[in-house]
Design a protein around this ligand. Structure first.
Ligand code: AMP
Length: 385
């Protein structure tokens, strides 16, 4: 079905995936009067605790059809949606996001080509099909350079930073085990990593959230700092590029654009995510409209909300190893927050097992300055290794 619908509050939004992104989407959309239903194979998934859930695998066509029958609109909260299920849903139900952006962002090479076609720079790259091609490309790009699998990588998995020619064979053989194409990228000597989340509605309206400065630890997002500590011109340029990508790729809903910033002020897009993004969680309390409400508005064909930042904020992720110290702190009066005049807003996702490095929640630390918020994170010592 290709006609554009307006889905008003009262309507039901079906979501493929029932993790934390679905949970926060349902929380935001429920406040607006929408109903939610998730399809997720895990019993009592984070979203299943706040909405209805069909417990079934993502490639279960009957379950997907059941989801579609009960939903006025279908969306997804993760990228690796089964292609057959996506095609079936597109034919039989209302999926305003379509499958093109999903198809593009499921594969690094397709994604890079699409970003370039939209007129935006990515790090120089080369498709790699053999050790010989890898040798030749490493010689061209120099070391270090980064070998990545085209599909399936996340949080730094499926990649290898090649630091010398002696690693070529091992890197190729290890990543080839993933049985997907490989891509070699020139190493970008960035000074900062930032991201911009753009929203494009089914009616073509586009808005962006302010850029977040992202700090990773062992490839997992640790902090998002907003406003990002980059100059105004660069902020505007980053926003302009995100709009160009959302427009060029014909996105509907959210698209998160991760970028590298170099010392000379150049921006290279690293990757895209066609969904709410961890680096956009700061919007929940620090913007007039959250990324989740914006996604609901975009897919339901409502006017997009105001994305203005209302407070400096630092978002800090809570991983499995942070849960125990955090829960202890929560039980007592937070004198550090009182002294620094910051308000730490806690979001936990309802996951039972606090496994090491697993994303369990996040805290949006609002304050008079980002320095005060950073100081709170430092002083609580929850994130000390
Ligand atoms: P990715 O899985 O592509 O998001 O990469 C994970 C992290 O690896 C990024 O956040 C960067 O810190 C680093 N990285 C990835 N690609 C490059 C590159 N071409 N140059 C420098 N660092 C990179």
């Amino acid at each position: 079905m290709s006609t554009i619908h307006t889905i008003l509050p009262g309507g039901t939004i079906g979501v493929l995936g029932g993790g934390q992104l679905g949970r926060m989407l349902a929380n935001a959309g429920s406040a607006m009067g929408y109903r939610f239903i998730a399809l997720d194979p895990t019993e009592d998934a984070p979203m299943g605790q706040v909405a209805e859930q069909i417990v079934a695998h993502y490639d279960d066509r009957d379950a997907a059809r059941k989801l579609a029958e009960r939903s006025d609109v279908i969306t997804y909260e993760f990228e690796n949606v089964d292609a057959d299920v996506a095609a079936m849903l597109l034919a039989e139900s209302y999926v305003p996001q379509g499958s093109k952006l999903l198809y593009t962002t499921q594969h690094r090479l397709r994604e890079k080509r699409a970003i370039e076609a939209a007129g935006v720079k990515v790090a120089p790259y080369s498709e790699i099909c053999s050790v010989e091609e890898l040798r030749e490309a490493v010689a061209r790009f120099g070391t270090p350079c980064v070998l990545k699998t085209a599909t399936g990588g996340y949080d730094g998995k499926g990649q290898w930073v090649i630091r010398s020619e002696s690693e070529i064979i091992e890197a190729f053989e290890t990543l080839s085990l993933a049985k997907t194409e490989l891509v070699l990228e020139q190493f970008i000597d960035f000074t900062k990593e930032i991201s911009v989340i753009a929203a494009r509605s089914s009616k073509g309206e586009i808005k962006v959230f302010p850029p977040a400065e992202n700090i990773h630890i062992e490839n997992i997002l640790h902090l998002s700092i907003v406003p990002a500590r980059i100059d105004k011109d660069l902020q505007q340029e980053a926003e302009r590029l995100a709009i160009k990508i959302a427009e060029g790729l014909g996105a509907v809903g959210l698209v998160a654009v991760e970028m590298f910033v170099t010392a000379s002020g150049e921006l290279y897009v690293n990757e895209l995510a066609p969904r709410p993004h961890n680096s956009g969680h700061y919007t929940m309390e620090a913007c007039h409209t959250s990324q989740f409400e914006q996604h609901v508005r975009a897919i339901c064909g409502l006017p997009l909300g105001d994305t203005t930042l209302t407070s400096p904020v630092v978002m800090v992720n809570v991983l499995g190893q942070h849960m125990e110290p955090l829960l202890q702190k929560l039980a007592v009066r937070d004198v550090v927050a009182e002294r620094l005049h910051v308000a730490p807003k806690i979001h936990l996702y309802g996951k039972k097992d606090a496994v090491f490095k697993r994303k369990m929640g996040h805290i949006n630390v609002l304050g008079p300055t980002i320095e005060a918020a950073l100081e709170w994170i430092e002083e609580t010592k929850i994130w000390k290794a």
